[in-house]
Ligand binder design. Structure first.
Ligand SMILES: [Fe+2]
Ligand SMILES: [Fe+2]
Length: 331
């Protein structure tokens, strides 16, 4: 989406959605896709350019399905979390703001938990913040299904917020990938917490693997902190379906399949089963062809593993209507 902005309101870091010409119309000053620097903006102003075509990524939530966190709340969360990340990187940690935002997420998730929907935001101009919010949402769903009390849930959500703190953007780091970001992220918050604090440890160990082949310490099975085992599943699901990796995004069904196949290898089987129990075999957003030839999108789980599918504005409970899913379609 392109938004025309007054040159005085444009900020460094914004991206041009079209080539920008000199007002004479003959010379291209900056090419489409350029990321604006302070100097570019000065140059454009000096050349008499008044407005600029700025590219803004469209926030996409499948319009068919109710989102688990509504837009307005998502905006607040995103702004607050971005502010908190910047503060931590400057050496301050405002834990009460984190607790407040974790309450915000938990209240939203608890309101929707019985509806069994999992409609996440999967594309945004702030990918890291979006990723941390989504991981917090999925983790809290799993935590609720594991019977966690409010105190544990709050800690789990804060750990999810912070798990990739030292990154600039999310990376698809599920498979055979080694990186120092768990150590760096933990280092950024370590002065605030005791050495054996749950939040600190779960950030540090969120890339351990259930079979002991993860990092940084190669912990295995129950020696991996429980929050880290939950975050590992949430992290994988969100990065696999994310459109931040163009051409590479899996459908919710494929992502869930990956998680199930790797249960016991990368992921704790008990946690995978709680997640599958919530989302069903066909997670929210899966596009399917039904046995009668109609196409639709899965809204939520209805009964056991059977989904409710939205077909042309009608919600179909496939078990009740004795219809089956013929195949999964790619978006
Ligand atoms: Fe990570
Ligand atoms: Fe992550």
């Amino acid at each position: 989406m392109i938004i025309w902005k007054n040159v005085n309101k444009v900020k460094p870091g914004e991206k041009l959605g079209e080539d920008v010409y000199d007002p004479s119309g003959f010379i291209i000053l900056l090419k489409k896709g350029s990321i604006l620097k302070e100097g570019d903006i000065v140059l454009l102003k000096n050349r008499g350019v008044n407005s600029l075509p700025i590219y803004e990524e469209e926030i996409f939530i499948s319009s068919e399905v109710e989102p688990i966190i509504d837009y307005e709340n998502y905006r607040t969360l995103s702004e607050e979390l971005e502010r908190a990340f910047n503060e931590i990187k400057e050496g301050e940690i405002n834990i009460s703001a984190m607790v407040e935002q974790s309450e915000n997420i938990l209240n939203e998730v608890l309101k929707k938990i019985d509806k069994k929907i999992l409609n996440l935001l999967n594309n945004d101009s702030k990918p890291l913040i979006r990723h941390c919010i989504n991981v917090a949402v999925i983790s809290s769903i799993i935590g609720i299904n594991l019977g966690f009390d409010r105190e544990l849930l709050t800690k789990l959500v804060i750990s999810s917020f912070l798990h990739d703190l030292s990154h600039d953007k999310p990376i698809r780091d599920v498979i055979n990938y080694y990186d120092t970001h768990p150590i760096k992220s933990a280092a950024l918050i370590k002065n605030y917490f005791e050495t054996n604090n749950d939040i600190l440890l779960s950030v540090l160990h969120h890339h351990e693997r259930y079979d002991g082949k993860g990092f940084p310490r190669g912990l295995r099975e129950s020696s991996i902190p429980i929050f880290s085992r939950i975050i590992a599943v949430a992290d994988a699901y969100d990065t696999l379906i994310s459109k931040d990796f163009p051409g590479d995004a899996l459908t919710p069904y494929e992502a869930l399949k990956f998680i199930i196949i790797n249960s016991g290898k990368y992921f704790d089987p008990q946690i995978v089963s709680k997640f599958v129990h919530y989302v069903g075999i066909y997670p929210t957003g899966t596009i399917v062809e039904l046995s009668d030839g109609r196409k639709g999108v899965v809204l939520k789980v209805s009964n056991g593993v059977f989904p409710i599918v939205k077909v042309e504005n009608r919600e179909i409970d496939i078990k009740k209507e004795k219809i089956s899913i013929k195949r999964i379609l790619k978006e």
